[in-house]
Ligand binder design. Structure first.
Ligand code: FPP
Length: 281
């Protein structure tokens, strides 16, 4: 494998540096989305309660966020918990996750500022407990001046609810602005009313713990994303694993439904067929 000789960002550890050297810094994904999964299984393997897995997951969040910022990924979105997690898990587990989030936000703001990271959220924030909403707003405000990576936490998030909210928002904006008769909806209109209107669509989605599902995450935005699944459980995931995902992403050929090689365009194939009649291809 060729090793590209380019400048390695400071503060990457030895293993991260090794993987980073294989990357092309000009072809980094603009937005990486992560489905953090496997906290419960991590804890079960250690005969610990599920919440111990969530607690250990915070170290994985910290490492992943810092490495992403250090290599200058413009946007990182973490699926912290879904609307389904919120509604279907025992109150004690949900309460624990809320406390963990509040403590994470309080403790992490200085590090986010040191790394020039701006915090955002997606999901039905208004359904979360009042004190958690206040802490979230505080952390957002305290990092709003940063101009580096945008870290978006998906909290009480569901892609289907996001689409429902977008359609409602389109209709309500139209009725306040001249009525529905002239309403025209195209893909840009939908994009402008999604929770993620501040972000480009993810180029890469990572899921930990080996599951091959999107689980109602960014269904519209992931239309052309490369999917990377690792069997690593979330609490064991670190910055180096993110770099490995980026290395794999850079090996993929992205075609957006088109044909990337000019020689395989319809015309070229036709010309070959005409020039060599009867020849097997
Ligand atoms: C999925 O594992 C993980 C969650 C539902 C919660 C994710 C939360 C964290 C990583 C920590 C807090 C987050 C922040 C941003 C501070 P699971 O419980 O579904 O695992 P399982 O599939 O093995 O049961």
């Amino acid at each position: 494998m060729t090793t590209l000789q380019h400048k390695v960002p400071t503060k990457l550890d030895r293993k991260e540096t090794e993987v980073y050297r294989r990357l092309d810094p000009a072809q980094l994904p603009r937005h990486i989305a992560i489905i953090m999964d496997g906290n419960g299984r991590w804890a079960k393997r250690r005969h610990m309660p599920r919440v111990a897995g969530h607690r250990a997951g915070v170290a994985a969040v910290r490492s992943t966020v810092e490495t992403a910022a250090r290599i200058h990924i413009p946007a990182l979105t973490l699926y912290a918990f879904s609307e389904e997690n919120w509604k279907k898990r025992p109150t004690s587990e949900v309460g624990f996750l809320m406390g963990l989030l509040s403590r994470y936000l309080k403790a992490e703001v200085p590090t986010l500022n040191q790394n020039n990271i701006r915090l955002e959220y997606i999901g039905r924030q208004h359904e979360l407990p009042g004190d958690v909403q206040e802490r979230m707003e505080w952390a957002r405000g305290a990092t709003a001046h940063n101009s580096g990576m945008v870290l978006t936490l998906a909290l009480n998030y569901s892609a289907r609810s996001e689409l429902v909210d977008a359609f409602r928002s389109i209709v309500s904006a139209a009725s306040e602005n001249g009525g529905l008769e002239h309403l025209k909806i195209d893909e840009d209109t939908v994009g402008r009313h999604l929770y993620t209107r501040h972000l480009p669509d993810p180029d890469l989605v990572v899921r930990t713990s080996g599951e091959m599902r999107l689980s109602n995450f960014l269904l519209w935005q992931l239309a052309y994303a490369e999917i990377y699944v690792t069997t690593t459980l979330w609490p064991d995931f670190r910055g180096v694993h993110l770099l490995e995902a980026v290395a794999e992403y850079q090996k993929r050929e992205r075609r957006y439904g088109g044909l990337n090689h000019p020689e395989s365009s319809g015309h070229a194939e036709l010309e070959i067929a005409l020039a060599r009649p009867g020849q097997k291809r």
